[in-house]
Design a protein. Structure first.
Length: 98
């Protein structure tokens, strides 16, 4: 089984310049790896061309499961966009959000 965990791209506000990847995704990814599951974690905000790079990653990943995080209500539009992109590019993947 292959799992792709995504923190969607979103605008960093000036007060958040020290952005860190989602601790929830990191924790989940570490657990899944310990259980022998292949995991890829993408912090899309850190990518040079966030949406284009994310599109390429989803297309190439061939993930059985795609997990998308949304850590705050103000970031829900980016999460919905990532869900839509994932469904279009990887229609057979199970998509889980949280």
């Amino acid at each position: 089984m292959k799992i792709l965990l995504i923190d969607p791209p979103h605008k960093l506000f000036p007060g958040l310049r020290m952005w860190t990847p989602s601790f929830g995704l990191l924790q989940l990814g570490a657990y899944l790896e310990r259980e022998g599951i292949e995991v890829q974690i993408v912090d899309a905000t850190a990518l040079s061309s966030p949406w284009k790079d994310l599109e390429n990653t989803i297309s190439v990943s061939k993930a059985d499961v795609i997990g998308i995080t949304c850590s705050a209500t103000c970031l829900s539009a980016a999460a919905i966009q990532a869900i839509t992109l994932s469904r279009r590019l990887s229609p057979s993947s199970t998509i889980v959000t949280g």
